[in-house]
Write a protein that binds this ligand. Structure first.
Ligand code: SF4
Length: 89
């Protein structure tokens, strides 16, 4: 597993800590700005199979944490040539 930063925290713990921080951020988003749980899970499932997901957290095309990007109603997948999510934003 690749390290997210160069501190001495083990990579798996870095990922857990980052995921917790992102989850807290996502929970703080206004309800009108987020997608429903089913759509969020659908997007994350597609990201989990994407070869351009780095370290299980980051999209290599935009640099976003997909746990956050996928929750935002106005965001789409930035895959060159067309969204993997298939949304029409
Ligand atoms: S290109 Fe799209 S599907 Fe792939 S990781 Fe980025 S947001 Fe997810």
């Amino acid at each position: 597993m690749k390290k997210i930063c160069n501190c001495n925290i083990p990579p798996n713990l870095q990922k857990d800590m980052m995921a917790e921080s992102i989850a807290a951020y996502v929970a703080s988003l206004p309800k009108e700005d987020v997608v429903e749980d089913a759509e969020y899970e659908r997007r994350l499932e597609l990201c989990s199979k994407c070869p351009d997901l780095v370290g299980g957290l980051t999209c290599s095309h935009c640099g976003c944490f997909v746990l956050a990007r996928a929750r935002k109603r106005r965001m789409d997948c930035p895959m060159p040539g067309g969204s993997v999510w298939g949304n029409d934003i």
